[in-house]
Design a protein around this ligand. Structure first.
Ligand code: UDP
Length: 359
């Protein structure tokens, strides 16, 4: 079975590491990796391929730094020509980025079955580019692997039960990754405070609005000064936007560092007191490593984390962020609850993909 996997952004490398390892062990499958280039530099891309043993991409499309339409369009054209010459049995896409949508659309238009891993998630916020990408990708996928029961329900509410597609509740491949790489955690090679909270921020709706970005950073400065030093691996987009705001990095109480690899991120997760983030992946990883999380958004796709008291939605207002952090500190949720499968999502997915071919 010939599979083309289209990936391009940081969280997709982490998810693909889980599945690619299983394909490598399976003599009946041949996986060809297409890297769109959406994330391309050393610490947003290369480090993950090296430390997670992801097979080298056969194709690098080098499409990045463009507007959504141009980026998706260029990817679409380049992926289509690869698919026409490689003629794979299926195309595999992950998550909700422009690379996801371009891969799915290129395949579907030439009648190649599409497999979507991390299907069915919804924020119900159509301002998010990710929400548009995931709804459209789900709609043209043939197998939808859902990480949670909530994701399956979302698809059922949208009428997917009446469509000739396969929906599988697989659990979350990120849980598999966290378990597999946990013992390999590496301390980042920078000076760090003894206790710290861990923050990441990169969503366009937070970084691209100067008022929202300033509000969030005022709150983070206050927390870092008065509560717990904030350690912050800084996403390149956020760095650019802070520079545009003339943010004073030298006077900041926040401990900024360059984006880290996954093994260093696991070390930070294991050693922090709590997590502040607008990342989808990090909200779950906080829970995997038994840390409470304050999410700097008004809604989340991972609603089960909120209902079980692991995750607190703070929005982006200065005072609300501070009060939500205080509220979060008073709570002691029961981390023994299992929300994302038992670390076997990858095996379930690979087995179902192989069965799909036989139908
Ligand atoms: N991550 C990382 N280094 C960093 C920041 C994030 O390895 O400096 C990992 C993080 O642990 C998670 C993934 O990248 O596994 C999340 O990616 P991101 O926040 O970019 O995307 P999202 O999950 O929001 O789609």
């Amino acid at each position: 079975m010939k599979i083309i996997t289209v990936i391009g952004a940081r969280p997709q490398f982490i998810k693909a590491a889980v599945i690619s390892r299983l394909f490598l062990k399976d003599k009946d499958t041949q996986e060809i990796i297409v890297h769109t280039g959406q994330h391309y530099d050393e610490n947003m891309s290369h480090v993950f391929f090296e430390e997670m043993d992801i097979p080298k991409p056969s194709y690098n499309l080098d499409v990045n730094g463009l507007t959504h339409g141009v980026m998706t369009g260029q990817m679409l054209a380049k992926i289509e020509s690869i698919l026409m010459s490689e003629k794979p049995d299926i195309v595999l896409v992950y998550g909700d980025t422009n690379s996801t949508l371009a891969g799915a659309l290129a395949a579907k238009k030439i009648h190649i079955p599409v497999v979507h891993i991390e299907a069915g998630l919804r924020s119900f916020n159509m301002q998010m580019p990710e929400e548009i990408n995931r709804i459209l990708t789900d709609r043209i996928s043939d197998i939808l692997f859902c990480p949670t029961e909530e994701a399956v329900l979302n698809l059922e509410k949208e009428g997917y039960s009446n469509r000739s597609v396969k929906i599988v509740l697989s659990g979350d491949v990120m849980q598999d990754a966290a378990i597999f790489y946990s013992q390999k955690a590496q301390k980042p090679n920078v000076e760090l405070p003894n206790t710290f909270s861990l923050c990441t921020l990169h969503r366009a709706e937070n970084t691209d609005d100067p008022t929202i970005l300033s509000n969030i950073f005022r709150a983070l400065e206050d927390l870092s000064k008065n509560d717990n030093p904030v350690v912050f691996p800084l996403h390149p987009r956020t760095k650019v936007k802070l520079k545009e705001l003339n943010y004073s990095f030298s006077n900041s109480s926040i401990h900024f560092m360059d984006p880290v690899g996954y093994l260093e991120m696991i070390w930070l997760l294991k050693n922090c007191t709590y997590v502040l983030t607008d990342s989808g992946g990090l909200q779950k990883e906080a829970y995997f490593f038994r840390k409470k999380c304050v999410t700097l958004r008004n809604e989340t796709e991972w609603v089960e984390l909120v209902t079980h008291g692991f995750n607190y939605l703070a929005g982006t207002e200065h005072n609300k962020i501070l009060t939500t952090c205080s509220l979060m500190k008073e709570k002691e949720p029961d981390f023994s609850v299992n929300l994302y499968g038992n670390g076997k999502a990858g095996e379930i997915i690979v087995k179902a993909i192989k069965l799909f071919k036989k139908i």
